[in-house]
Design a binder for this molecule. Sequence first.
Ligand SMILES: [Zn+2]
Length: 112
Amino acid sequence: MDQLPNCPKCNSEYTYEDGNLLVCPECAYEWTPGSESENGDELVVKDANGNILKDGDTVTVIKDLKVKGSSSPIKIGTKVKNIRLVDGDHNIDCKIDGFGAMSLKSEFVKKA
Ligand SMILES: [Zn+2]
């Protein structure tokens, strides 16, 4: 159970611990174990133009978006206030007038 993971770069099994780091003696790669999965608060969400979005931002929808269970789409140009960033495929939680609570993909919005 105490076995260290192989080097993610060269897959060497001769990795060793150096403080908080893991070190590979074969390719000299150093990394922090578990850094790939956690860090939920380091969430970076970018809009369609590559601008970084923050909680509370206002964004504009850049294309008509179909809504499950609704006959009308969210129209291009719709303003969405007070977004909340979440982890996942649909990485923006928000409320849209006439639709209620929604999840959007950040690639379909831009910062207003
Ligand atoms: Zn290595």
